[in-house]
Design a protein around this ligand. Structure first.
Ligand code: ATP
Length: 245
């Protein structure tokens, strides 16, 4: 199964933010989307999930055009917000938040959903006492991990994570990267991870896409992207990542 973005352009107010963006996400693959701050990464993700409306028919699943409606297409495409508090209801405990994402799934019972929610929260490193807390009583990194568990609980076909590691310390970051890799292999969803830090992406991603000023300037397998970069900006990203390892 593939998710194609075909010549997507988008203006917000009077500013054109995205210009003729085309690429494909494949189920079972990890794609890293990177670029400098303000280049349009989050805007692109929000257009892909229907938070920003696109007028042209430029989104396709397996070649069939679809108009995403945020929430309604949630079972197929999950988006994890850059600000984790945006992903979570302030009224629900961590475990209820994850449970809620499974409510429309057939063949589950309340007990099963509760057990699965606890298991997913345990996998993202949340202790039992934190599972009962609501977002206001949790840190940004803890909310980020709950949002990740919630997104995975919805059994998406494609999962888009916007800066999922930004509020995590290095040890938790490393744990979550290996957890994501395991979960992605287990559930076989297509994963797109947005970041401006190539070091967090290159071990996880099968391919990398670089955006600059709302345009794709490189879209290549990770190894080619790092070792034989074509564009000057790709070279800068690659050399910085290589020098830091
Ligand atoms: N709702 C909006 N209305 C108008 N302009 C917007 C809106 N949201 C974002 N922009 C502008 O669109 C451009 C791209 O923003 P976006 O958030 O997509 O960048 P980004 O690459 O995700 O940046 P960062 O890495 O800093 O999160 C920026 O110039 C931003 O000011």
């Amino acid at each position: 199964m593939s998710f194609q973005v075909d010549n997507l352009s988008l203006s917000l107010g009077s500013d054109k933010i995205l210009h003729d963006i085309s690429f494909t996400l494949e189920r079972g693959q990890v794609t890293g989307l990177l670029g400098r701050s303000g280049c349009g990464k989050s805007t692109l993700a929000k257009a892909m999930v229907g938070i920003h409306q696109v007028n042209q028919p430029c989104l396709k699943i397996d070649g069939t055009i679809f108009q995403p409606r945020f929430g309604k297409t949630g079972h197929k495409i999950q988006y994890m917000w850059q600000d984790p508090h945006m992903a979570l209801s302030p009224f629900l405990s961590a475990v209820r938040s994850v449970e809620e994402a499974m409510e429309t799934q057939k063949g589950t019972t309340k007990t099963l959903r509760y057990e699965k929610a606890q298991d997913l929260l345990h996998k993202v490193g949340l202790t039992p006492s934190l599972m009962q807390k609501r977002p206001h009583a949790l840190s940004g990194g803890q909310c980020q991990r709950i949002a990740l568990a919630r997104a995975i609980a919805a059994q998406p076909e494609f999962l888009i994570l916007d800066e999922p590691f930004s509020a995590l310390d290095l040890v938790t970051q490393k744990n979550i990267i290996s957890l994501l890799s395991n979960l992605q292999q287990l559930y076989n969803f297509g994963l797109m991870i947005i970041s401006h830090d190539l070091r967090t992406l290159w071990r996880l991603a099968d391919k990398l896409i670089l955006i600059d000023q709302g345009r794709i300037i490189e879209d290549r397998p990770t190894s080619d992207f790092i070792h034989t970069p074509r564009h000057a900006l790709t070279k800068t990203f690659a050399s910085f990542a290589l020098s830091e390892t």
